[in-house]
Ligand binder design. Sequence first.
Ligand SMILES: Cc1cc2nc3c(=O)[nH]c(=O)nc-3n(C[C@H](O)[C@H](O)[C@H](O)COP(=O)(O)O)c2cc1C
Length: 344
Amino acid sequence: MDLYGALRPLLFRLDPETAHNLAFWLGARACAWPRWPEPEHPSALRRSALGLDFPSPLGLAAGLDKGATLLPVWKYLGFGHVEIGTVTPRPQPGNPKPRLFRFPEAGLILNRMGFNSEGAEVVAARLRHRPTGLVVGGNLGKNKETPEAQALDDYRAAYRLIAPEVDYIALNVSSPNTPGLRNLQAPEALKPLLAGMLELRKEMGLERQPLLLKLAPDLAEEDLDAIVDVAVAAGISGLIATNTTLDRSVVDEPLRALVESKGAGGLSGAPLKAKARQVRQRILTALRGRLPLVACGGLGSAQDVQGALEDGAALAQIYSALIFEGPNLVDRIHRGLASNPSSH
Ligand SMILES: Cc1cc2nc3c(=O)[nH]c(=O)nc-3n(C[C@H](O)[C@H](O)[C@H](O)COP(=O)(O)O)c2cc1C
């Protein structure tokens, strides 16, 4: 049995956030090991996207390594890229606990973390010691107390510190756990936000660094079309779809009642799969190849990832499935992708 297999019963008996902290504590000790072997990727998995070279199309989605503390671990596991964050400009504690709930029988996670972040300065300092050979994205958000009208200032403040240390930036306007954040997806709010960020990117001489936008799965089809038009017209580099959903109908009864009893938050994992795919397919149709899309939401197997790539996504990201299946999932997905001739 692998190490995660041995630890899993303990980790799943603990409160989810305690388990997360324990796993990160162990991971941080492991990072001190000086001789991590280089991961080996079948050459068939290589991808060029966003002007970057990826050893694999599979990445770690934002929210697991918010502070960029375990980059050597993600590299060793074989991820082609890692999206750190969400990082807010100033440190903030996030929402009160409990704020993270697992439902292993359904492969489902409910979270209302609320951007617990050490702040951009601390994370940027850590990124200065990042390992080479791993594509790292920085996912940015605003502080809770910042009014919506001043959101751009927050994204810019975080960008100034994080962008010089990473390979791409993702603007997170889609987490459901910061009041008002999702309103920034409305075209009239999005236009000045994207324009302001692209202006800063130019000012900093980072024109070649990809700037992506991460979207929620809870947008109406017409809104998705309008957002795609705004993103293309603004000249950003790509979209990530999707974040977690507020829609409880993705969970069947009797589990739905239990999930509802835990209160507010976004749902991720297997129950999000169909909804996220539908949203992505709509976005891909609206995009007509004008920008690349990163698939995220409910992906948990080589077949899921293959499906997302065949739909037209350039890259894919996972989070929840990794928690339930353990680190070997990365290798299993890679083997499945490499053995599928249509992915070559
Ligand atoms: C506990 C938890 C925390 C998350 N935090 C963030 C975050 O800080 N920023 C973000 O953009 N997405 C965050 N996400 C969303 C994931 O990046 C991803 O979009 C979502 O979970 C769907 O993918 P999955 O079904 O593979 O988990 C979080 C997800 C979970 C489960």
